[in-house]
Design a protein around this ligand. Structure first.
Ligand code: FAD
Ligand code: NAI
Length: 469
């Protein structure tokens, strides 16, 4: 008789957990996955990446039909919004994909333990009424919305909402205030602006999108303003009251100063996410979290407790689905006695606005800091305006920027604002993974006419040899 019920038990069936479970099963390990939600797929499939992209995609068409873009191309339509259908296609996408994971669990013989999991000891977890033991346990419990002190989110009332509530608004708010000019604020703010809301973004810092290249942050602000978003930078929200169907926010400059009020029909709180460890019973195994509430792990995703590993949003690093997935594959490979690799220096990030904003590797500022001097870094930049495909498609905004180490020419980072920047950035990630120089990209033949040619030209610009500018 086996010592444990399972070789591996994964807690959480988000992109980290479900991928880890499938890979573990593929590697011949007897695997179970505990998930408390009614459907598999975690934040990403249920209330994150997938439903937000469904809303972004549909609202992009609506915007193109209403803002003159289609008319300019000779297509004259007067769009009429059917919000129930709009939500219907979002729900359909989520349903299809979450059921797909259920199918994959069955196909790979992963047992889904339904319910909230709590540690009893390092090899034993209680899931609902059931006790499950495993040789190795992987924590993949993800993250939740960071609350803002003094502001109470109630998604059911559709007035003060978090990202989940903002995906499900039953009608377009007249005026929406977004607290936090990060990824969620800009993506979901864009959805409702395109559908007709007046959108005001209140951001604590003096620029949007912390963590991204400075040039990108400045250009993004220009583009969002041009699209009609109002940006209130260096501003903090100090309170919020709800009366009837309206919210009144109090704001003041981030550094302190005169208070003002702002009324809104809807307020989206999107100031970040925090790791999920509450109710997990970490005390029972003596596992502590760091100052940011994350579980620290080594490169094999081992925590400080033998037999317990952790991956995804609950561990340090960017809170991104593809990072969680890659860690899911790697942790399963380590458990199976193989070598699992995740290169945390090459994790692309994409903001799915219009145009998209994407980057991989170091920002210019980080590169200069790392190399110790500006002269040790070379930058090549190419505007989308000069890219024939973007120009033909009436997509003039944005640029591609390639950052390379001056001496070796090795690419340190690539940043892009372009309609398909999210797809373009994959090339940069592959190049960096192979240790490419900017010259390697510049001398690689890119199909014409494609947006990707802008990446080639930005790489050529590192040598001062771009053709089309
Ligand atoms: P999660 O996906 O959060 O999954 C964890 C799961 O664990 C949850 O289902 C939870 O119910 C379950 N769980 C927690 N505790 C327990 C317990 N004790 N017992 C049982 N089950 C438990 N990332 C991208 O890369 N691209 C995007 O476009 C993108 N868009 C996003 C849009 C929004 C609106 C949001 C909120 C997030 C978005 N993200 C995106 C981030 C992405 O969703 C997360 O990085 C990703 O889901 C993290 O995966 P995970 O497996 O670590 O955790
Ligand atoms: P975020 O960290 O991207 O942005 C939060 C913003 O709120 C920051 O700009 C911050 O300065 C600001 N802020 C913090 N406190 C504030 C305050 N009191 N008042 C005003 N502004 C304040 O967090 P966000 O947008 O909530 O997203 C959470 C995470 O979810 C992201 O970091 C990302 O990892 C993930 N995500 C990824 C997406 C993608 O990959 N396309 C899409 C959506 C979410």
């Amino acid at each position: 008789m086996a010592e444990y019920d399972y070789d591996v038990l994964i807690i959480g069936a988000g992109p980290g957990g479900y991928v880890a479970a499938i890979r573990a099963a593929q590697l011949g390990l007897k695997t179970a996955c505990a998930e408390s939600r009614d459907t598999l797929g975690g934040t990403c499939l249920n209330v994150g990446c997938i439903p937000s992209k469904a809303m972004l995609h549909a609202s992009e068409y609506f915007d193109a039909a209403s803002n003159g873009t289609m008319e300019h191309m000779g297509i004259e339509v007067k769009p009429k919004l059917n919000i129930d259908k709009l939500h219907g296609q979002r729900i359909e996408a989520v349903d299809g994909l979450t059921k797909g994971i259920e199918f994959l669990f069955k196909k790979n013989k992963v047992d889904w333990k339904k319910g909230h999991a709590t540690f009893q000891d390092a090899h034993t977890v209680k899931v609902g009424d059931e006790t499950v033991t495993a040789r190795e346990i992987v924590i993949a419990t993800g993250s939740s919305v960071t609350p803002l002190k003094g502001i109470e989110v109630d998604n059911s009332k559709h007035i003060v909402v978090d990202s989940t509530g903002a995906l499900e608004l039953p009608k377009v708010p007249k005026k929406m205030v977004v607290i936090g000019g990060g990824v969620i604020g800009l993506e979901l703010g864009s959805v409702w602006r395109r559908l007709g809301a007046e959108v005001i973004v209140v951001e604590f810092l003096d620029k949007l999108l912390p963590g991204m290249d400075d040039d990108v942050r400045k250009e993004a602000a220009k583009i969002f303003k041009k699209q009609g978003m109002e940006l209130r930078l260096s501003t903090k929200v100090t309170g919020c009251t709800v009366k009837g169907k309206k919210a009144t926010l109090t704001l003041e400059p981030s550094s302190g100063g005169d208070e003002e009020t702002l009324e809104a029909d809807c307020v989206l709180v999107s100031i970040g996410r925090i790791p999920n460890t509450d109710g997990l019973g970490l005390d029972a195994i003596g596992l502590e979290t760091n100052a940011r509430g994350q579980i620290e792990v080594d490169h094999e995703f081992r925590t400080a407790v033998d037999g317990v590993r952790a991956i995804g949003d609950v561990v340090p690093g960017p809170m991104l689905a593809h990072k969680a997935e890659d860690e899911g594959i790697a942790v399963a490979e380590w458990i199976a006695g193989e070598t699992g690799i995740v290169n945390h220096d090459v994790i692309p990030s994409v903001v799915y606005t219009w145009p998209e904003i994407a980057g991989v590797g170091l920002t210019t500022e980080q590169a200069i800091e790392k190399m110790g001097d500006k002269s040790k870094v070379k930058v090549g930049k190419f505007p989308m305006m000069a890219n024939s495909r973007a120009k033909t498609n009436h997509e003039p905004d944005g640029f591609v920027k390639v950052i390379a180490e001056a001496e070796s020419d090795r690419v340190l980072g690539v940043w892009a604002i372009a309609s398909v920047a999210g797809t373009m950035i994959a090339e940069a990630a592959v190049a960096m993974e192979f240790g490419a120089t900017s010259e390697d990209i510049a001398y690689t033949c890119h199909a014409h006419p494609t947006h990707a040619e802008a990446t080639k030209e930005a790489a050529m610009a590192v040598q001062g040899k771009a053709i089309h500018v």
